[in-house]
Design a protein around this ligand. Structure first.
Ligand code: C5P
Length: 257
């Protein structure tokens, strides 16, 4: 971890909106609408993923970084020299956070951390451990032994030892990560929903409200479809932000120790 990282307890959770396309025009209009609304004050940053980055790339990144903190979710996984160059390019774009795969290995992670340090400590590097789309059978096919949780913890330890600033995790993994790695690592959590939005058949362990995830120890809260797909995105953002401010009731026990 980079020197001087504040403890989780000292950090207010930040609220980010994921922009996942399909088109930059639509995402930019949504961002403008939210920023112009009273709820826009609650928005700390934007997450720009591979779909929109491939379509609109640096233009979208610069536009977003000029308005709020930019989370560049490119999930890098390549040879050390290439990833280090990408970290430098992300720093030049003004990214505050950048994701990379822990599975890229120690030398890739260390090269990325050196590039971050040379750029003044930004972007903070957040490691993805096991994608939530992967199941035990997928990991076995990839040759990872021990199942999802053991693999995620092993990859998290590797990435943190190499010097990354934090991890991307689902809300239900946050308590175990905090127990294992303490308050230092920044934990970015996607998959958040308003309590009322949770469909009847939803896996309760895989989603959380922003307040539930924050209570569990998350500090970067990523909102996606909970805002973008809402009939009224401005009202949805206002409701989610208000729930976070009031520490509102979490959606069930998810994200709790
Ligand atoms: O599901 P939702 O639309 O809220 O997802 C928001 C963002 O979180 C997306 O950009 C996606 O990349 C990310 N996400 C993730 N892992 C999940 C679910 C979503 O990284 N399991």
């Amino acid at each position: 971890m980079s020197a001087g990282a504040p403890s989780a307890a000292a950090r207010r959770p930040l609220l980010l909106l994921a922009l996942d396309g399909p088109g930059w025009e639509g995402d930019r209009r949504l961002a403008e609408r939210l920023l112009a609304s009273p709820a826009g004050a609650a928005l700390d940053g934007f997450k720009l993923g591979p779909a929109l980055f491939t379509a609109a790339g640096p233009e979208a990144a610069r536009w977003l970084a000029a308005r709020r903190a930019l989370f560049l979710d490119l999930k890098l996984h390549d040879i050390p020299a290439v990833v280090a160059e990408a970290v430098r390019a992300a720093a030049a774009l003004g990214a505050r956070w950048l994701t990379l795969h822990a599975a890229g290995g120690r030398r890739m992670l260390e090269a990325a951390c050196r590039a971050r340090d040379a750029a003044g400590g930004r972007p903070e590097l957040l490691a993805v451990t096991v994608l939530t789309s992967l199941e035990e059978a997928d990991l076995a096919a990839l040759g990872y032994a021990g199942g999802v949780e053991a693999t995620a913890l092993r990859l998290a330890a590797l990435a943190l030892e190499a010097g990354v600033d934090g991890l991307v995790a689902s809300a239900h993994e946050v308590p175990a990560l905090r127990r294992r790695f303490g308050p230092g690592p920044r934990l970015a959590v996607p998959g958040l929903r308003a309590a009322a939005d949770r469909p009847a058949g939803d896996d309760q362990r895989r989603v959380a409200t922003p307040a539930g995830a924050a209570a569990a120890g998350a500090d970067l809260l990523v909102l996606g479809r909970a805002v973008r797909a809402a009939a009224d995105p401005v009202a949805a953002l206002a409701e989610l932000a208000a729930g976070l401010e009031s520490g509102g009731a979490p959606a069930g026990e998810e994200g709790r120790p």
